[in-house]
Design a protein around this ligand. Structure first.
Ligand code: PLP
Length: 430
């Protein structure tokens, strides 16, 4: 043994990979939070208009959730995921009450990526088919399998060959801004987008497709909503070709879009629904899949046993039960009520030449930037050049005390505050 400990590296963060345990080179260190506000280690306050990663829906410092976590941890922190646990059963029953239609059986996992992978696994098991169709400009996770479901170019390019692991075929999203379709009205675009999806189904082979997986409102891909009728058309295609419909509610669930689940606005019931983030308001990691009874029965009969150690962790489920109580205490209504004000204030930004488009629903919005000289929407220019005005906007906002998110592609800013937000906080942040 040497007498002296080796010199520590001059810069322990040098060469790090963003999201590893020590974080990126972002010097903001959040140490406290209350409601919509977080505080850094110098005591500076920031309006958290991204709810961290669209997940602290109940707001920061919510004692009712923190207390429930502490109480469960001191009673019994962990019970094996295959065994009965009262808190887990209670949360499953509460979720069955609020999920749309007959999505009454809940299978827990830990992260949104894993929930989506489980949903795909279940859909394959139920249908006997293998392929899954997902959209370009979508985000479904970044693990080996879920990453292949994701359609946003940044994640796909970062994943290289892993992006092909599940053989997920992609189709075009029904965008009304920078649309890949040439319809003049949202209704025409809904029809063209559904016709295109049917074309993809035919070309992939209907019998080979287990599921279509979509976000009710495209989250990190720019908070784009579907034109009226689009989801109904997709539901009809699924029924016609015996394909399961999976709604990825990882961001849109738990009040984010003004309803318990984003899909409610579309008035269709999917066959499977995945959730994560807001289920516990991110106080403890938890995720899951809610499925129709016939799918649950089939999975039970087939004896498929794919649980994870920390799936449905009792401490996380206690956080979930408490979070649902908090949401029921007026937060979903508040999200709905504040939505109009947030939209109106964000739309004021459209008068700037550099703003191309504002879109979203509930408390999930995106501001897309355009070239101020030409008014042309940006595609992906700054990613290549490394000179990204969206990052400048985020930095400047932070200097002025507000946090927003960068979308994928990084041509847009995402706005997604905790649900207890007030009009006055919206005014300050915008
Ligand atoms: N699905 C959607 C719509 C998401 O936005 C995310 C993450 O942001 C995921 C899935 C993946 O969830 P996780 O990061 O918990 O694995």
């Amino acid at each position: 043994m040497s007498e002296q400990a080796p010199e520590p590296a001059a810069d322990p963060v040098a060469g790090n990979i963003p999201h590893w345990s020590h974080g990126d080179d972002d010097p903001l260190t959040i140490v406290d939070g209350e409601g919509v506000t977080v505080y850094d280690d110098d005591g500076a306050a920031y309006l958290d208009f991204i709810a961290q990663l669209y997940c602290v829906n109940a707001g920061h410092g919510e004692e009712r959730i923190a207390d429930a976590v502490a109480e469960q941890a001191s009673k019994v922190a962990y019970v094996a995921s295959a065994k009965h646990n009262d808190t887990r059963s209670e949360l499953a029953a509460r979720l069955a009450e609020i999920t749309p239609g007959d999505l009454n059986d809940v299978f827990f996992s830990v992260s949104g990526s894993e929930a989506n992978e489980s949903a795909v696994q279940f859909a394959r098991e139920f249908t006997g088919a293998r392929k899954v169709l997902t959209r370009y400009q979508s985000y479904h996770g970044a693990t080996y399998g879920a990453g292949s479901l994701t359609g946003d170019p940044e994640t796909r390019n970062a994943m290289g060959h892993a992006a092909e692991t599940t053989g997920a075929a992609k189709f075009l999203p029904p965008l009304t801004y920078r649309s890949p379709f040439d319809g003049d009205t949202p209704e025409e675009i809904a029809k063209q987008a559904a016709d295109h999806l049917e074309y993809v189904i035919h070309n992939e082979g209907p019998d080979s497709i287990a599921a279509i997986l979509m976000e009710p409102v495209g989250g990190t891909s720019g908070a784009y909503t579907a034109p009226a009728d689009y989801w109904q058309r997709v539901r009809a295609l699924c029924d016609e070709y015996d394909i399961l419909l999976i709604a990825d509610e990882v961001i849109t669930g738990f009040g984010r879009c003004g309803e318990w689940f984003g899909i409610e606005t579309e008035d269709v019931v999917p066959d499977l629904l995945t959730f994560a983030k807001g289920v516990t308001s991110a106080y403890v990691p938890l995720a899951g899949v809610a499925v129709r009874p016939e799918i649950a029965a089939h999975l039970r009969e087939s004896g498929i046993d794919v649980g994870q150690t920390f799936a449905g962790h009792p401490v996380a489920c206690a956080a979930g039960v408490a979070a649902l109580d908090v949401y029921e205490d007026g937060l979903i209504e508040n999200a709905r009520a504040r939505s109009d004000h947030l939209e109106a204030r964000l739309r004021e930004l459209e008068r700037h030449d550099a703003v191309g488009n504002v879109r979203g629903r509930g408390l999930l919005w995106a501001v897309s930037f355009a070239d101020p000289e030409t008014g042309e929407p940006y595609l992906n220019p700054w990613i290549e050049s490394g000179d990204n005005p969206v990052d400048d906007v985020l930095d400047e906002a932070r200097k002025r005390g507000a946090l927003f998110g960068g979308g994928r592609p990084r041509t847009q800013v995402i706005v997604s505050p905790p649900l207890p937000v007030t009009d006055a906080e919206i005014d300050r942040a915008v």
